[in-house]
Design a protein around this ligand. Structure first.
Ligand SMILES: [Zn+2]
Ligand SMILES: [Zn+2]
Length: 371
């Protein structure tokens, strides 16, 4: 098997060859057909998360060993099963739920494996999908994507469930309520595409990039777009929503964007859900939380049940596909550079089967761009 690996924090990934693993016990071996390049991959690749005020959460301190294979938005075809693997057949195409815990603690048993303190997350703790093959510990983490194109379906494993679970945290229940989504990147775009279906409310979007605002509007899934870099944008949003939005989701996660969400919110009873991991720290008026009955909440990926729920929406045709750009596996470094530069609308998806020498590559990318 071939893997594109971090061999040194922040340095280009290197292609390495390894013997293809043989699945043991309940393990399942997939041949990777698609793997989304997620913004959090950039943080792991750099080796830290920015906690603000010069503090960093270092990946190496969490015990991750190099070389390491990124990739937590993986889909593939089942090519081998351990002797105890049940519930999946050779040849089937599946999306991998990567947020896997120890499997035996109370959180894991409740189905909230992402809360587990002994994580075995594929692509952030154990080797992931920037490779031709990936091992999954149990078939229960494999989700059938039906007729949903594999390069779209794989993105639901992170950006899809991250958006879905953040939407549910807003506690919006009425159609006349307004939700503000800040940041129309990969995760934000999935949020835009599913907000009306999941919450049934009015949806507005803020992004500083005109191309992303246009892409958001072109989905037909939001009611208005705003430039949050523009003077007076918060006031314009409060006017539009007749007194302020009921909830905001910050898909960027910078002080300036979280503050923007708070500034756009109605005076009383709002929820600001922070999803993005951009980082840094901010001052916060503590008294504003009780006085405004404001909830400031973090949301991190989602459960296996969330992935099944998102896949049900997609299979039922209720979730328009995110724009996807296919990229050969060995061009992963270029893909990560484009994401670093903020140049990506929708998602770049690595496809190990996509060889650059193939004459139809350009074609395939162009076609996928227009999805
Ligand atoms: Zn991710
Ligand atoms: Zn556990």
């Amino acid at each position: 098997m071939k893997s594109l690996q971090i061999v040194e924090w922040g340095k280009p990934l290197e292609a390495r060859d390894y013997p293809t693993p043989e699945p043991k016990g309940t393990e399942v071996l997939l041949e990777v057909t698609a793997c989304g390049v997620c913004h959090s991959d950039l943080h792991i690749w750099q080796g830290y998360f920015d906690l603000g005020d010069g503090e960093r959460l270092r990946i190496a301190d969490r015990g991750m060993q190099l070389p390491f294979t990124l990739g937590h938005e993986t889909a593939g075809r089942v090519i081998a099963k351990g002797p105890d693997a049940r519930g999946v057949e050779i040849g089937e195409s599946r999306v991998v739920y990567p947020w896997i815990g120890c499997g035996v603690c109370a959180d894991c048993k409740r189905g909230e494996e992402l809360l587990c303190v002994k994580p075995r997350v594929i692509g952030t703790w154990v080797n992931g999908g920037y490779a031709t093959h990936v091992i999954v510990p149990h078939a229960r983490y494999l989700v059938d994507h039906g007729d949903v194109p594999v390069e779209v379906a794989c993105t639901y494993a992170c950006s899809g469930i991250t958006a879905y679970s953040a939407l549910n945290r807003t506690r919006i229940t009425r159609h006349e309520q307004t939700l503000l989504l800040i940041g129309a990147g990969g995760v934000g775009m999935n949020g835009i595409l599913m907000a009306r279906e999941v919450l049934g409310c009015k949806v507005i979007v803020a992004d500083v990039d005109p191309a992303k605002r246009k892409a958001a509007m072109d989905t037909g899934a939001c009611d208005a777009v705003f430039d949050n870099g523009e003077e007076g944008a918060a006031e314009a949003i409060r006017d539009w929503s007749q007194g302020g939005v009921d909830a905001a989701i910050d898909f960027v996660g910078r002080p300036v964007t979280t503050r923007f969400g708070m500034a756009c919110a109605r005076i009383k009873s709002t929820r600001i859900v922070v999803v993005g991991l951009y980082g840094d720290s901010m001052k916060l008026s503590v008294a504003a939380l009780p006085l405004r009955l404001m909830t400031l909440e973090g949301s991190y990926v989602g459960t296996l049940a969330d992935l099944h729920a998102v896949m049900r929406l997609a299979k039922a045709g209720k979730l328009p596909p995110i724009a996807v750009t296919g990229c050969p596996l060995h061009d992963a470094n270029a893909a990560m550079e484009r994401l670093t530069d903020g140049k990506v609308t929708g998602r770049i998806v690595l496809k190990p089967g996509l060889e650059p020498a193939r004459p139809d590559t350009r074609h395939e990318e162009a076609r996928e761009d227009h999805r």
